[in-house]
Design a protein around this ligand. Structure first.
Ligand SMILES: Cc1ncc(COP(=O)(O)O)c(C=O)c1O
Ligand SMILES: N[C@@H](CCCC[NH3+])C(=O)O
Length: 435
């Protein structure tokens, strides 16, 4: 039995299953809160993108945006699937190195890369650095001269496209901290510093218009804007790019308000848009790179919680509190993000009421789900929240000194702990006493 629109089943005991395993058994074995990933779903998502490139016949690269969920095990899966990797910090790069990720498949982002981050990228000879600003160029020049090395780069441009998404996750509009502005000539200035540089192999342009996007039109408009710039550069400097990286941002289903497109639609529409421009301008076809994060891991992950206290305010609201909340999933508090959830011990029982699911942090805004339709519900029940695979574990905090939850992977009927639950010793491990 499939749980409505989320890719999970219910077993003969009437319990929610993930990857063929009983979620109650997992909750019992590993405790809650617990992040659980169905690795087969992660692989399917990755393969949909890779297959879409094969189908279009266009050379492409799929770089998993590791900010969505970075851990050694996850990056091992990305490596097995032949993906490239997008990292945006020394910490993400370090994790990739620990996962033995092939460095030539790593791309580094960041709007404030430090000298150390750039040195590390150059030392490990990563595949490409995405230059975000003039400061990046200065630092990279310094490091390449110091190390007598070369580096492939893309420049990130902000095309001035406003994607329909939450303001905080919108990145391609003009008023953004990311990238060089296309409209005011900054991008061309950066290009002029780079394209004939001795140590820099300038490969092309990058843009990322935002996150949780459900339409292909934003990518088409961004492509149009990139090509209006590239046409100029071709005429003025006889320059044609090897690579166009159109970023990530492909939307997934959190709630019924979200209607995700099949993942290959995005690739086909990007390929059509790029091909049309290339033909019109008689330019060579560049490789198309993408950087999906959420759409690779988002729907593959669920979070299990144990329900504890209950508060009823007659005529107003009924609260149930769980043993986690904003410390393991900040998205509702940060973006007002919606989620769907079921009671894992009886997900198919008839709905009898609507309740609000509160986290355990000392913060009124620590609400996981405001209006959740539920069957009869009791303290001790296990709540399974869907689509928590992206930007939950990776954005976790220690607020109220809550230890970070564990992560379990399930695949082929087997469960494996891939991130240990933190202990209280872990929480205080860097604290020093003051005398
Ligand atoms: C530059 C860049 N690439 C890729 C991503 C991944 O986005 P998503 O997880 O929405 O696919 C982001 C995040 O929005 C980003 O900023
Ligand atoms: N962290 C955000 C998206 C931003 C992605 C990075 N640019 C989210 O949870 O939706």
């Amino acid at each position: 039995m499939i749980i409505d629109t989320h890719p999970f089943t219910v077993n003969e005991k009437g319990h929610l299953e993930i990857g063929g395993l009983d979620t109650l058994d997992l909750a019992k074995k590993y405790g809650t809160p617990l992040y659980v990933y169905d690795v087969a779903l992660i692989r399917n998502n990755a393969r949909s993108f890779v297959q879409a490139f094969t189908d279009t016949g266009i050379k492409g690269k799929v770089a998993y945006a590791s900010k969505a969920f970075s851990s050694i095990a996850m990056l091992q899966v990305a490596k097995q699937e032949g993906l490239c990797l997008d990292v945006i910090s020394e910490g993400e790069l370090y994790t990739a190195l620990q996962a033995d990720f092939p460095t030539e498949r790593i791309h580094m982002h960041g709007n404030n890369k430090s000298l150390e981050e750039i040195r590390m990228a150059v030392d490990y000879e990563i595949g490409c650095i995405v230059i975000d600003n003039f400061h990046d160029i200065d630092l990279l020049e310094e490091v390449l001269a110091e190390k007598q090395k070369q580096m492939d780069v893309l420049i990130r441009v902000t095309p001035g496209v406003e994607s329909k998404t939450h303001q905080y996750i919108m990145t391609g509009n003009e008023d953004s901290k990311f990238g060089f502005d296309l409209q005011n000539g900054q991008a061309e200035q950066a290009f002029k510093r780079l394209y004939e540089h001795q140590r820099i192999r300038f490969q092309g342009l990058h843009c990322h218009i935002g996150s949780q996007i459900f339409e292909t039109s934003g990518f088409q408009v961004a492509t149009d804007l990139l090509f209006s710039e590239l046409e100029k550069w071709n005429n003025k400097y006889q320059y044609q790019p090897n690579v166009l990286n159109l970023g990530g941002g492909f939307g997934i289903r959190y709630t019924k308000d979200d209607q995700p497109l099949p993942l290959d639609n995005y690739i086909k529409s990007m390929a059509d848009a790029v091909q049309a421009h290339v033909q019109k301008l008689s330019m060579k076809m560049p490789e198309i790179w993408i950087e999906p994060g959420r759409s690779i891991v988002g729907n593959a992950g669920i979070t299990l919680y144990t329900i504890g206290s209950n508060k009823q305010i007659p005529g107003i609201r009924e609260y149930y509190s769980i043993d986690g909340g904003m410390a393991d999933n900040i998205r509702p508090a940060l973006y007002n993000a919606g989620y769907e959830a079921v009671i894992a011990n009886h997900p198919k029982k008839p709905i009898v009421k609507e309740v609000s699911i509160a986290g355990k942090c000392c913060e009124s805004g620590d609400m996981l789900i405001w209006d959740l339709p539920v069957p009869e519900i009791n303290s001790g029940d296990v709540l399974a929240v869907f689509s928590t695979g992206a930007y939950s574990y990776s954005m976790a905090s220690h607020y109220n000194r809550l230890p970070n939850a564990a992560v379990v992977f399930v695949e082929n009927g087997r469960d494996q702990l891939v991130v240990r639950r933190e202990t209280y010793q872990d929480v205080v491990r860097n604290d020093l006493s003051y005398e």
